[in-house]
Design a protein around this ligand. Structure first.
Ligand code: NAD
Length: 553
Protein backbone atom coordinates (compact mmCIF):
# COMPACT_ATOMS: atom_id res chain seq x y z
CA UNK A 1 0.00 0.00 0.00
CA UNK A 2 1.45 3.35 -0.82
CA UNK A 3 0.12 6.38 0.95
CA UNK A 4 1.85 9.64 0.37
CA UNK A 5 0.96 11.23 3.69
CA UNK A 6 3.75 13.08 5.43
CA UNK A 7 1.76 13.82 8.56
CA UNK A 8 3.88 15.08 11.41
CA UNK A 9 6.96 15.82 9.35
CA UNK A 10 7.44 19.56 9.61
CA UNK A 11 10.79 21.13 8.77
CA UNK A 12 12.73 21.56 12.00
CA UNK A 13 14.48 24.69 13.18
CA UNK A 14 17.32 22.45 14.33
CA UNK A 15 20.77 22.74 12.80
CA UNK A 16 24.07 20.84 12.82
CA UNK A 17 24.75 18.15 15.42
CA UNK A 18 21.47 18.99 17.16
CA UNK A 19 19.56 18.00 14.04
CA UNK A 20 21.43 14.69 13.86
CA UNK A 21 20.43 14.02 17.46
CA UNK A 22 16.69 14.57 16.84
CA UNK A 23 15.32 11.15 15.82
CA UNK A 24 12.11 12.57 14.34
CA UNK A 25 13.98 14.87 11.94
CA UNK A 26 17.34 13.21 11.48
CA UNK A 27 17.98 11.79 7.99
CA UNK A 28 21.58 10.76 8.70
CA UNK A 29 23.43 9.92 5.51
CA UNK A 30 20.31 10.78 3.48
CA UNK A 31 20.76 14.53 3.93
CA UNK A 32 21.55 15.76 0.40
CA UNK A 33 24.42 18.12 -0.36
CA UNK A 34 22.22 21.24 -0.33
CA UNK A 35 20.75 20.32 3.07
CA UNK A 36 24.22 19.54 4.37
CA UNK A 37 25.42 22.96 3.28
CA UNK A 38 22.47 24.97 4.56
CA UNK A 39 21.68 23.06 7.75
CA UNK A 40 25.30 23.23 9.02
CA UNK A 41 25.87 19.52 8.52
CA UNK A 42 29.00 19.69 6.35
CA UNK A 43 31.77 17.57 7.78
CA UNK A 44 29.42 15.85 10.23
CA UNK A 45 28.54 13.03 7.83
CA UNK A 46 30.51 10.75 5.50
CA UNK A 47 30.59 11.90 1.86
CA UNK A 48 28.14 9.52 0.21
CA UNK A 49 24.43 10.40 0.17
CA UNK A 50 22.14 7.38 0.59
CA UNK A 51 18.43 6.87 -0.03
CA UNK A 52 16.03 5.84 2.72
CA UNK A 53 15.74 2.42 1.05
CA UNK A 54 19.52 2.00 1.10
CA UNK A 55 19.64 3.00 4.76
CA UNK A 56 16.90 0.47 5.56
CA UNK A 57 18.83 -2.21 3.65
CA UNK A 58 21.87 -1.44 5.81
CA UNK A 59 19.74 -1.93 8.92
CA UNK A 60 18.60 -5.35 7.73
CA UNK A 61 22.18 -6.27 6.92
CA UNK A 62 23.35 -5.23 10.38
CA UNK A 63 20.55 -7.23 12.00
CA UNK A 64 21.73 -10.40 10.28
CA UNK A 65 25.00 -10.17 12.16
CA UNK A 66 23.45 -9.82 15.60
CA UNK A 67 23.90 -13.05 17.57
CA UNK A 68 20.40 -13.29 19.13
CA UNK A 69 16.92 -11.70 19.14
CA UNK A 70 17.65 -9.51 22.18
CA UNK A 71 20.67 -8.01 20.44
CA UNK A 72 18.45 -7.29 17.43
CA UNK A 73 15.89 -5.68 19.75
CA UNK A 74 18.59 -3.45 21.23
CA UNK A 75 19.91 -2.49 17.83
CA UNK A 76 16.42 -1.51 16.64
CA UNK A 77 15.73 0.44 19.85
CA UNK A 78 18.92 2.37 19.35
CA UNK A 79 17.97 3.00 15.71
CA UNK A 80 14.54 4.34 16.75
CA UNK A 81 16.31 6.75 19.10
CA UNK A 82 18.59 7.88 16.28
CA UNK A 83 16.48 7.97 13.12
CA UNK A 84 12.77 7.29 13.48
CA UNK A 85 12.11 7.28 9.73
CA UNK A 86 14.59 4.51 8.95
CA UNK A 87 13.33 2.51 11.94
CA UNK A 88 9.74 2.64 10.67
CA UNK A 89 10.76 2.10 7.03
CA UNK A 90 12.52 -1.13 8.01
CA UNK A 91 9.62 -2.20 10.23
CA UNK A 92 6.98 -1.49 7.57
CA UNK A 93 8.93 -3.26 4.82
CA UNK A 94 9.95 -6.27 6.93
CA UNK A 95 6.98 -6.76 9.24
CA UNK A 96 7.05 -10.54 9.43
CA UNK A 97 10.76 -10.55 10.27
CA UNK A 98 10.80 -7.66 12.72
CA UNK A 99 7.45 -7.98 14.51
CA UNK A 100 8.68 -10.88 16.68
CA UNK A 101 11.62 -8.68 17.73
CA UNK A 102 9.89 -5.37 18.34
CA UNK A 103 6.97 -7.17 19.94
CA UNK A 104 6.22 -10.64 21.27
CA UNK A 105 8.14 -12.86 21.90
CA UNK A 106 11.42 -10.87 22.12
CA UNK A 107 9.83 -7.91 23.90
CA UNK A 108 9.10 -10.27 26.81
CA UNK A 109 12.81 -11.06 27.16
CA UNK A 110 13.58 -7.34 26.86
CA UNK A 111 11.13 -6.51 29.66
CA UNK A 112 12.59 -9.16 31.96
CA UNK A 113 15.99 -7.56 31.47
CA UNK A 114 14.87 -3.97 30.97
CA UNK A 115 16.71 -2.68 34.04
CA UNK A 116 19.96 -4.12 32.71
CA UNK A 117 19.63 -3.04 29.10
CA UNK A 118 18.25 0.42 29.94
CA UNK A 119 19.79 3.27 27.97
CA UNK A 120 17.11 5.93 27.40
CA UNK A 121 13.67 6.54 28.93
CA UNK A 122 11.66 6.18 25.63
CA UNK A 123 8.40 6.92 27.48
CA UNK A 124 7.13 8.36 30.77
CA UNK A 125 7.42 6.90 34.26
CA UNK A 126 4.80 8.09 36.74
CA UNK A 127 5.08 7.21 40.43
CA UNK A 128 2.92 7.70 43.51
CA UNK A 129 5.11 10.72 44.31
CA UNK A 130 3.51 12.43 41.31
CA UNK A 131 0.07 12.35 42.92
CA UNK A 132 -1.61 15.73 42.89
CA UNK A 133 0.49 16.95 39.97
CA UNK A 134 0.24 14.28 37.29
CA UNK A 135 -1.05 16.81 34.73
CA UNK A 136 2.01 18.99 35.28
CA UNK A 137 4.31 15.98 34.97
CA UNK A 138 2.64 14.92 31.69
CA UNK A 139 3.33 18.39 30.31
CA UNK A 140 7.05 17.58 30.57
CA UNK A 141 6.64 15.29 27.55
CA UNK A 142 8.25 16.85 24.51
CA UNK A 143 5.16 16.61 22.26
CA UNK A 144 1.93 18.44 23.04
CA UNK A 145 -0.31 16.77 20.45
CA UNK A 146 -0.32 13.21 21.84
CA UNK A 147 -3.39 11.23 20.68
CA UNK A 148 -2.66 7.69 21.95
CA UNK A 149 -1.26 6.57 25.28
CA UNK A 150 -0.52 2.92 25.91
CA UNK A 151 -0.22 2.53 29.67
CA UNK A 152 0.70 -0.40 31.89
CA UNK A 153 1.36 -0.78 35.60
CA UNK A 154 3.66 -3.71 34.81
CA UNK A 155 1.36 -5.95 36.85
CA UNK A 156 1.17 -8.88 34.43
CA UNK A 157 3.49 -8.56 31.47
CA UNK A 158 2.58 -11.07 28.73
CA UNK A 159 2.56 -14.39 30.58
CA UNK A 160 5.60 -13.33 32.62
CA UNK A 161 3.96 -11.89 35.71
CA UNK A 162 4.79 -8.74 37.68
CA UNK A 163 7.71 -6.91 36.05
CA UNK A 164 7.17 -3.52 37.72
CA UNK A 165 8.63 -0.53 35.87
CA UNK A 166 10.41 -2.91 33.46
CA UNK A 167 6.97 -3.34 31.90
CA UNK A 168 7.46 -0.04 29.99
CA UNK A 169 8.88 -2.20 27.18
CA UNK A 170 5.32 -3.30 26.33
CA UNK A 171 3.82 0.19 25.72
CA UNK A 172 6.95 1.09 23.73
CA UNK A 173 6.55 -2.00 21.54
CA UNK A 174 2.79 -1.63 21.11
CA UNK A 175 3.09 1.99 20.06
CA UNK A 176 5.77 1.10 17.52
CA UNK A 177 3.08 -1.13 16.00
CA UNK A 178 0.46 1.62 16.17
CA UNK A 179 2.76 3.56 13.89
CA UNK A 180 4.17 0.84 11.65
CA UNK A 181 0.90 -1.05 11.20
CA UNK A 182 -1.85 1.40 12.12
CA UNK A 183 -0.31 4.46 10.48
CA UNK A 184 -0.59 6.59 13.64
CA UNK A 185 2.31 9.04 13.39
CA UNK A 186 5.02 8.48 16.04
CA UNK A 187 4.80 11.91 17.62
CA UNK A 188 1.12 11.23 18.44
CA UNK A 189 2.09 8.23 20.59
CA UNK A 190 3.19 8.17 24.24
CA UNK A 191 4.22 5.02 26.21
CA UNK A 192 3.66 5.23 29.98
CA UNK A 193 4.29 3.03 32.98
CA UNK A 194 2.44 3.68 36.21
CA UNK A 195 5.17 2.61 38.61
CA UNK A 196 3.21 1.67 41.72
CA UNK A 197 5.90 -0.67 43.07
CA UNK A 198 6.38 -4.37 42.47
CA UNK A 199 5.92 -7.62 44.35
CA UNK A 200 8.63 -9.26 42.28
CA UNK A 201 11.33 -10.15 44.82
CA UNK A 202 14.00 -10.63 42.17
CA UNK A 203 13.49 -7.06 40.93
CA UNK A 204 13.34 -5.61 44.43
CA UNK A 205 16.66 -7.30 45.20
CA UNK A 206 18.29 -6.22 41.93
CA UNK A 207 20.65 -3.27 42.54
CA UNK A 208 20.08 -2.12 38.94
CA UNK A 209 16.25 -2.17 39.09
CA UNK A 210 14.92 1.08 37.58
CA UNK A 211 11.59 1.30 39.41
CA UNK A 212 10.24 2.24 42.83
CA UNK A 213 11.37 -0.20 45.49
CA UNK A 214 8.19 -0.90 47.42
CA UNK A 215 5.40 -3.45 47.38
CA UNK A 216 2.64 -2.76 44.86
CA UNK A 217 0.08 -0.16 45.87
CA UNK A 218 -3.40 -1.59 46.28
CA UNK A 219 -6.92 -0.47 47.15
CA UNK A 220 -7.78 3.23 47.21
CA UNK A 221 -4.12 4.31 47.02
CA UNK A 222 -3.88 2.48 43.69
CA UNK A 223 -7.25 3.34 42.16
CA UNK A 224 -7.06 7.03 43.15
CA UNK A 225 -3.69 7.22 41.41
CA UNK A 226 -5.00 5.62 38.23
CA UNK A 227 -8.11 7.84 38.32
CA UNK A 228 -5.94 10.94 38.57
CA UNK A 229 -3.78 9.71 35.71
CA UNK A 230 -6.78 9.09 33.41
CA UNK A 231 -8.26 12.52 34.17
CA UNK A 232 -4.91 14.32 33.84
CA UNK A 233 -4.04 12.62 30.57
CA UNK A 234 -7.37 13.69 29.06
CA UNK A 235 -6.89 17.23 30.33
CA UNK A 236 -3.36 17.58 28.92
CA UNK A 237 -4.02 15.74 25.64
CA UNK A 238 -7.58 16.43 24.42
CA UNK A 239 -9.05 13.87 22.02
CA UNK A 240 -6.92 11.15 23.60
CA UNK A 241 -7.23 7.36 23.30
CA UNK A 242 -5.92 5.38 26.28
CA UNK A 243 -5.05 1.73 25.82
CA UNK A 244 -4.74 -0.18 29.10
CA UNK A 245 -2.14 -2.87 28.76
CA UNK A 246 -0.95 -5.82 30.84
CA UNK A 247 -2.63 -4.87 34.10
CA UNK A 248 -3.12 -7.84 36.44
CA UNK A 249 -6.57 -9.34 36.04
CA UNK A 250 -7.78 -8.21 39.47
CA UNK A 251 -7.30 -4.60 38.29
CA UNK A 252 -7.93 -4.93 34.54
CA UNK A 253 -11.68 -5.58 34.58
CA UNK A 254 -12.38 -2.99 37.28
CA UNK A 255 -10.35 -0.27 35.52
CA UNK A 256 -12.07 -0.89 32.23
CA UNK A 257 -15.54 -0.90 33.79
CA UNK A 258 -14.73 2.32 35.67
CA UNK A 259 -13.36 4.33 32.76
CA UNK A 260 -14.96 3.01 29.58
CA UNK A 261 -18.09 5.15 29.94
CA UNK A 262 -16.13 8.28 30.91
CA UNK A 263 -13.28 8.48 28.38
CA UNK A 264 -12.07 6.96 25.13
CA UNK A 265 -10.23 3.82 26.29
CA UNK A 266 -9.98 0.08 25.91
CA UNK A 267 -8.02 -2.82 27.31
CA UNK A 268 -6.15 -4.74 24.66
CA UNK A 269 -5.70 -7.90 26.75
CA UNK A 270 -9.43 -8.14 27.23
CA UNK A 271 -10.97 -6.57 24.12
CA UNK A 272 -8.20 -6.68 21.50
CA UNK A 273 -7.46 -10.32 22.22
CA UNK A 274 -11.18 -11.05 22.10
CA UNK A 275 -11.50 -9.52 18.66
CA UNK A 276 -8.51 -11.35 17.19
CA UNK A 277 -9.73 -14.71 18.49
CA UNK A 278 -13.30 -14.01 17.37
CA UNK A 279 -11.94 -13.20 13.91
CA UNK A 280 -10.10 -16.56 13.88
CA UNK A 281 -13.28 -18.39 14.88
CA UNK A 282 -15.30 -16.60 12.21
CA UNK A 283 -12.66 -17.37 9.58
CA UNK A 284 -12.56 -21.03 10.69
CA UNK A 285 -16.14 -21.42 9.43
CA UNK A 286 -14.72 -21.22 5.93
CA UNK A 287 -12.66 -24.36 6.69
CA UNK A 288 -14.97 -26.36 8.96
CA UNK A 289 -18.35 -25.22 7.65
CA UNK A 290 -19.43 -24.64 11.26
CA UNK A 291 -20.86 -21.20 12.02
CA UNK A 292 -19.86 -19.35 15.19
CA UNK A 293 -23.30 -19.82 16.75
CA UNK A 294 -22.86 -23.61 16.43
CA UNK A 295 -19.53 -23.74 18.24
CA UNK A 296 -19.12 -25.03 21.79
CA UNK A 297 -16.01 -23.51 23.29
CA UNK A 298 -13.87 -24.75 26.16
CA UNK A 299 -11.36 -22.26 27.55
CA UNK A 300 -8.39 -23.23 29.68
CA UNK A 301 -7.62 -20.15 31.78
CA UNK A 302 -10.34 -17.78 33.03
CA UNK A 303 -8.30 -14.59 33.27
CA UNK A 304 -8.56 -11.25 31.47
CA UNK A 305 -7.96 -12.76 28.05
CA UNK A 306 -10.18 -15.85 28.34
CA UNK A 307 -13.16 -14.10 29.88
CA UNK A 308 -12.71 -11.12 27.53
CA UNK A 309 -12.87 -13.45 24.53
CA UNK A 310 -15.93 -15.30 25.80
CA UNK A 311 -17.74 -12.02 26.52
CA UNK A 312 -17.22 -10.75 22.97
CA UNK A 313 -18.15 -14.15 21.52
CA UNK A 314 -21.42 -13.96 23.44
CA UNK A 315 -22.12 -10.54 21.84
CA UNK A 316 -21.32 -11.96 18.39
CA UNK A 317 -23.56 -15.00 18.97
CA UNK A 318 -26.37 -12.71 20.11
CA UNK A 319 -25.97 -10.72 16.88
CA UNK A 320 -26.21 -14.07 15.07
CA UNK A 321 -29.60 -14.75 16.67
CA UNK A 322 -28.96 -16.62 19.96
CA UNK A 323 -30.26 -15.33 23.28
CA UNK A 324 -27.63 -14.20 25.76
CA UNK A 325 -28.25 -17.28 27.94
CA UNK A 326 -27.95 -19.60 24.96
CA UNK A 327 -24.72 -17.90 23.94
CA UNK A 328 -23.19 -18.09 27.43
CA UNK A 329 -24.13 -21.76 27.64
CA UNK A 330 -21.83 -22.34 24.67
CA UNK A 331 -18.76 -21.01 26.54
CA UNK A 332 -17.15 -23.14 29.28
CA UNK A 333 -14.05 -22.59 31.37
CA UNK A 334 -11.49 -24.69 33.20
CA UNK A 335 -9.21 -22.74 35.54
CA UNK A 336 -6.42 -23.87 37.88
CA UNK A 337 -9.03 -25.51 40.15
CA UNK A 338 -10.96 -27.37 37.46
CA UNK A 339 -14.26 -26.74 35.69
CA UNK A 340 -15.74 -23.33 36.41
CA UNK A 341 -19.22 -24.39 37.54
CA UNK A 342 -22.09 -23.00 39.58
CA UNK A 343 -21.31 -25.08 42.66
CA UNK A 344 -17.93 -23.40 43.17
CA UNK A 345 -17.69 -20.80 45.92
CA UNK A 346 -14.14 -19.63 45.13
CA UNK A 347 -14.83 -17.82 41.84
CA UNK A 348 -13.65 -14.26 41.14
CA UNK A 349 -16.52 -11.99 39.99
CA UNK A 350 -15.43 -11.93 36.32
CA UNK A 351 -15.76 -15.74 36.08
CA UNK A 352 -19.26 -16.05 37.53
CA UNK A 353 -21.15 -15.26 34.32
CA UNK A 354 -19.67 -18.44 32.86
CA UNK A 355 -20.20 -20.72 35.87
CA UNK A 356 -22.84 -23.11 34.53
CA UNK A 357 -24.70 -25.93 36.27
CA UNK A 358 -22.48 -29.00 36.03
CA UNK A 359 -20.86 -31.55 38.31
CA UNK A 360 -17.30 -30.54 39.25
CA UNK A 361 -14.53 -31.82 36.95
CA UNK A 362 -10.94 -31.69 38.11
CA UNK A 363 -8.95 -31.76 34.90
CA UNK A 364 -8.93 -30.68 31.28
CA UNK A 365 -9.26 -34.10 29.69
CA UNK A 366 -12.29 -34.83 31.90
CA UNK A 367 -13.89 -31.55 30.80
CA UNK A 368 -13.14 -32.24 27.13
CA UNK A 369 -14.76 -35.68 27.37
CA UNK A 370 -17.79 -34.45 29.29
CA UNK A 371 -18.51 -31.29 27.27
CA UNK A 372 -17.34 -32.40 23.81
CA UNK A 373 -16.34 -28.89 22.69
CA UNK A 374 -15.74 -27.96 19.07
CA UNK A 375 -12.95 -25.58 20.07
CA UNK A 376 -10.29 -25.70 22.77
CA UNK A 377 -8.73 -22.34 23.65
CA UNK A 378 -5.68 -21.97 25.90
CA UNK A 379 -5.21 -18.72 27.84
CA UNK A 380 -3.68 -20.13 30.97
CA UNK A 381 0.01 -19.23 30.52
CA UNK A 382 0.73 -22.89 31.39
CA UNK A 383 3.23 -24.51 29.04
CA UNK A 384 2.13 -27.96 27.92
CA UNK A 385 -1.34 -27.68 29.53
CA UNK A 386 -2.94 -29.12 26.37
CA UNK A 387 -1.81 -32.69 26.99
CA UNK A 388 -1.91 -35.43 24.39
CA UNK A 389 -5.03 -37.06 25.87
CA UNK A 390 -7.07 -33.83 25.71
CA UNK A 391 -6.07 -32.97 22.16
CA UNK A 392 -6.61 -36.55 20.95
CA UNK A 393 -10.05 -36.51 22.59
CA UNK A 394 -10.91 -33.33 20.63
CA UNK A 395 -10.16 -35.22 17.42
CA UNK A 396 -12.40 -38.14 18.44
CA UNK A 397 -15.62 -36.16 18.08
CA UNK A 398 -14.60 -33.34 15.70
CA UNK A 399 -13.64 -33.83 12.07
CA UNK A 400 -11.71 -30.53 12.25
CA UNK A 401 -11.11 -29.67 15.93
CA UNK A 402 -10.16 -26.07 16.64
CA UNK A 403 -7.10 -25.95 18.89
CA UNK A 404 -5.96 -22.46 19.87
CA UNK A 405 -2.89 -22.44 22.12
CA UNK A 406 -2.84 -18.71 22.71
CA UNK A 407 -0.55 -18.15 25.69
CA UNK A 408 2.54 -16.02 25.23
CA UNK A 409 5.45 -16.04 25.06
CA UNK A 410 6.30 -19.21 23.11
CA UNK A 411 7.62 -20.87 26.26
CA UNK A 412 4.14 -20.65 27.82
CA UNK A 413 2.14 -22.05 24.89
CA UNK A 414 -0.33 -24.78 25.91
CA UNK A 415 1.01 -27.03 23.14
CA UNK A 416 3.24 -26.68 20.11
CA UNK A 417 1.89 -26.48 16.57
CA UNK A 418 3.60 -29.75 15.75
CA UNK A 419 1.90 -31.51 18.69
CA UNK A 420 -1.53 -30.22 17.69
CA UNK A 421 -1.14 -31.56 14.14
CA UNK A 422 0.48 -34.85 15.19
CA UNK A 423 -2.05 -35.67 17.92
CA UNK A 424 -4.99 -35.02 15.55
CA UNK A 425 -3.45 -36.72 12.49
CA UNK A 426 -3.20 -33.33 10.78
CA UNK A 427 -6.90 -32.47 11.27
CA UNK A 428 -6.53 -29.70 13.86
CA UNK A 429 -7.21 -26.12 12.83
CA UNK A 430 -4.52 -24.58 14.96
CA UNK A 431 -3.85 -21.01 16.04
CA UNK A 432 -1.30 -19.70 18.50
CA UNK A 433 -0.36 -16.56 20.39
CA UNK A 434 3.32 -16.60 19.45
CA UNK A 435 4.70 -17.47 16.03
CA UNK A 436 5.41 -21.09 15.02
CA UNK A 437 7.20 -22.20 11.88
CA UNK A 438 5.16 -24.16 9.30
CA UNK A 439 4.86 -27.87 10.09
CA UNK A 440 5.22 -30.71 7.56
CA UNK A 441 2.85 -33.54 8.41
CA UNK A 442 1.79 -36.45 6.22
CA UNK A 443 3.17 -34.75 3.13
CA UNK A 444 1.24 -31.53 3.76
CA UNK A 445 2.48 -28.15 4.92
CA UNK A 446 0.41 -26.68 7.74
CA UNK A 447 0.91 -22.98 8.43
CA UNK A 448 -0.05 -22.14 12.02
CA UNK A 449 -1.98 -18.87 12.14
CA UNK A 450 -0.80 -16.48 14.82
CA UNK A 451 -3.74 -14.88 16.66
CA UNK A 452 -1.61 -11.84 17.18
CA UNK A 453 -3.34 -8.81 18.72
CA UNK A 454 -1.35 -6.79 16.19
CA UNK A 455 -4.04 -7.70 13.64
CA UNK A 456 -6.57 -5.70 15.63
CA UNK A 457 -5.36 -2.93 17.92
CA UNK A 458 -3.44 -0.80 15.37
CA UNK A 459 -6.47 -0.68 13.06
CA UNK A 460 -8.88 -0.06 15.93
CA UNK A 461 -6.59 2.69 17.21
CA UNK A 462 -6.36 4.26 13.75
CA UNK A 463 -10.15 4.37 13.41
CA UNK A 464 -10.64 5.79 16.90
CA UNK A 465 -7.93 8.43 16.46
CA UNK A 466 -9.08 9.46 12.97
CA UNK A 467 -12.68 9.95 14.08
CA UNK A 468 -11.73 11.33 17.50
CA UNK A 469 -14.01 8.82 19.17
CA UNK A 470 -15.44 9.84 22.53
CA UNK A 471 -16.01 6.25 23.72
CA UNK A 472 -15.04 2.71 22.69
CA UNK A 473 -17.98 0.30 22.60
CA UNK A 474 -17.90 -3.50 22.27
CA UNK A 475 -19.39 -3.05 18.82
CA UNK A 476 -16.07 -1.53 17.72
CA UNK A 477 -14.41 -4.89 18.38
CA UNK A 478 -17.18 -6.87 16.70
CA UNK A 479 -16.78 -4.73 13.58
CA UNK A 480 -12.98 -5.03 13.69
CA UNK A 481 -13.15 -8.82 14.12
CA UNK A 482 -15.61 -9.21 11.26
CA UNK A 483 -13.51 -7.06 8.94
CA UNK A 484 -10.38 -9.05 9.82
CA UNK A 485 -12.15 -12.37 9.20
CA UNK A 486 -13.32 -11.13 5.79
CA UNK A 487 -9.76 -10.19 4.89
CA UNK A 488 -8.24 -13.64 5.45
CA UNK A 489 -7.28 -14.77 1.94
CA UNK A 490 -8.30 -18.20 0.70
CA UNK A 491 -4.60 -19.04 0.24
CA UNK A 492 -4.10 -18.73 4.03
CA UNK A 493 -7.11 -20.93 4.78
CA UNK A 494 -5.88 -23.53 2.30
CA UNK A 495 -2.82 -24.00 4.53
CA UNK A 496 -4.89 -24.06 7.70
CA UNK A 497 -4.06 -20.50 8.75
CA UNK A 498 -6.94 -18.41 10.10
CA UNK A 499 -5.19 -15.06 9.69
CA UNK A 500 -3.79 -13.07 6.78
CA UNK A 501 -0.01 -13.19 6.31
CA UNK A 502 1.77 -10.71 8.57
CA UNK A 503 2.99 -8.89 5.45
CA UNK A 504 -0.62 -7.82 4.90
CA UNK A 505 -1.25 -6.47 8.39
CA UNK A 506 -0.64 -2.82 7.50
CA UNK A 507 -3.19 -2.97 4.67
CA UNK A 508 -5.54 -4.93 6.95
CA UNK A 509 -5.17 -2.28 9.69
CA UNK A 510 -6.10 0.43 7.22
CA UNK A 511 -9.29 -1.45 6.33
CA UNK A 512 -10.13 -2.06 9.99
CA UNK A 513 -9.43 1.62 10.70
CA UNK A 514 -11.92 2.68 8.04
CA UNK A 515 -14.57 0.23 9.30
CA UNK A 516 -14.13 1.41 12.90
CA UNK A 517 -14.17 5.10 11.98
CA UNK A 518 -17.36 4.57 9.92
CA UNK A 519 -19.01 2.88 12.92
CA UNK A 520 -17.96 5.68 15.28
CA UNK A 521 -19.54 8.26 12.98
CA UNK A 522 -22.64 6.12 12.47
CA UNK A 523 -23.17 5.83 16.23
CA UNK A 524 -22.66 9.55 16.81
CA UNK A 525 -19.58 8.94 18.98
CA UNK A 526 -17.12 11.06 16.93
CA UNK A 527 -15.71 14.43 17.92
CA UNK A 528 -14.44 14.92 14.36
CA UNK A 529 -17.05 16.09 11.79
CA UNK A 530 -17.93 13.28 9.38
CA UNK A 531 -16.01 13.60 6.11
CA UNK A 532 -17.62 13.00 2.73
CA UNK A 533 -15.14 10.22 1.98
CA UNK A 534 -14.07 8.26 5.07
CA UNK A 535 -11.40 6.22 3.28
CA UNK A 536 -9.75 9.29 1.80
CA UNK A 537 -9.90 11.00 5.19
CA UNK A 538 -8.27 8.07 7.01
CA UNK A 539 -5.73 7.66 4.22
CA UNK A 540 -4.66 11.28 4.50
CA UNK A 541 -3.71 10.67 8.15
CA UNK A 542 -1.98 7.35 7.56
CA UNK A 543 1.70 7.75 8.43
CA UNK A 544 4.17 6.68 5.77
CA UNK A 545 7.85 6.58 6.80
CA UNK A 546 9.52 8.79 4.21
CA UNK A 547 11.72 11.87 4.24
CA UNK A 548 10.32 15.27 3.40
CA UNK A 549 12.51 17.93 1.82
CA UNK A 550 13.56 20.52 4.40
CA UNK A 551 14.57 23.17 1.84
CA UNK A 552 12.71 24.75 -1.02
CA UNK A 553 14.01 23.29 -4.30
P1 NAD B 1 -4.45 -13.97 33.62
O1 NAD B 1 -3.39 -14.10 34.63
O2 NAD B 1 -5.53 -12.98 33.79
O3 NAD B 1 -5.18 -15.40 33.46
C1 NAD B 1 -4.58 -16.65 33.54
C2 NAD B 1 -5.65 -17.65 33.89
O4 NAD B 1 -5.11 -18.95 33.80
C3 NAD B 1 -6.19 -17.50 35.29
O5 NAD B 1 -7.62 -17.62 35.27
C4 NAD B 1 -5.64 -18.71 36.02
O6 NAD B 1 -6.52 -19.18 37.02
C5 NAD B 1 -5.55 -19.71 34.90
N1 NAD B 1 -4.63 -20.79 35.19
C6 NAD B 1 -3.44 -20.73 35.80
N2 NAD B 1 -2.93 -21.98 35.91
C7 NAD B 1 -3.80 -22.80 35.33
C8 NAD B 1 -3.84 -24.20 35.14
N3 NAD B 1 -2.84 -24.97 35.56
N4 NAD B 1 -4.89 -24.72 34.52
C9 NAD B 1 -5.89 -23.94 34.10
N5 NAD B 1 -5.92 -22.62 34.25
C10 NAD B 1 -4.88 -22.06 34.87
O7 NAD B 1 -3.75 -13.74 32.24
P2 NAD B 1 -4.42 -13.31 30.85
O8 NAD B 1 -4.30 -11.86 30.64
O9 NAD B 1 -5.78 -13.88 30.75
O10 NAD B 1 -3.42 -14.00 29.83
C11 NAD B 1 -3.29 -15.41 29.82
C12 NAD B 1 -2.36 -15.81 28.70
O11 NAD B 1 -2.94 -15.44 27.46
C13 NAD B 1 -0.98 -15.16 28.74
O12 NAD B 1 0.02 -16.10 28.45
C14 NAD B 1 -1.02 -14.16 27.62
O13 NAD B 1 0.24 -13.98 27.02
C15 NAD B 1 -1.96 -14.83 26.67
N6 NAD B 1 -2.56 -13.87 25.76
C16 NAD B 1 -2.47 -14.13 24.44
C17 NAD B 1 -2.97 -13.24 23.53
C18 NAD B 1 -2.89 -13.57 22.07
O14 NAD B 1 -2.42 -14.58 21.71
N7 NAD B 1 -3.35 -12.74 21.17
C19 NAD B 1 -3.54 -12.06 23.96
C20 NAD B 1 -3.64 -11.81 25.33
C21 NAD B 1 -3.15 -12.73 26.23
Amino acid sequence: MSHQSTVGATPPSLRGAELLRAPRFNKGTAFDSKERAELRLRGLLPHRVFTLEEQAARVMRNLEHKPDPLERYLYLAELADRNETVFYRALVDHVAELLPIVYTPTVGEACKRFAHIYTRPRGMYLTLDDRGRIAAVLRNWNESGVRVIVVTDGGRILGLGDLGANGIGIPIGKLALYTALGGVAPHLCLPIVLDVGTDNRELLDDPLYIGVRRPRARGAEYSDFVDEFVAAANEVFPGLLIQFEDFATENAFGLLARHRDRVCCFNDDIQGTAAVVLAGLEASARITGRALADQRLLFLGAGAAGVGIATLIVSAMVQAGLSEDQARARCWFVDSKGLVCAARTDLAPHKRAFAHEHAPIADLVGAVRALQPTALLGLSAQAGAFDEASVRAMAEFNERPLVFALSNPTSKAECTAEQAYRWTCGRAVFASGSPWAPVEFDGRTHVPGQGNNAYIFPGVGLGLVASRARRVTDEVFLVAARRLAQLVPQASLDHGSLYPPLEAVRAVSFEIGCAVAELVWKRGLAEEPEPADVRAFVRAQFYEPQYVPYLAP
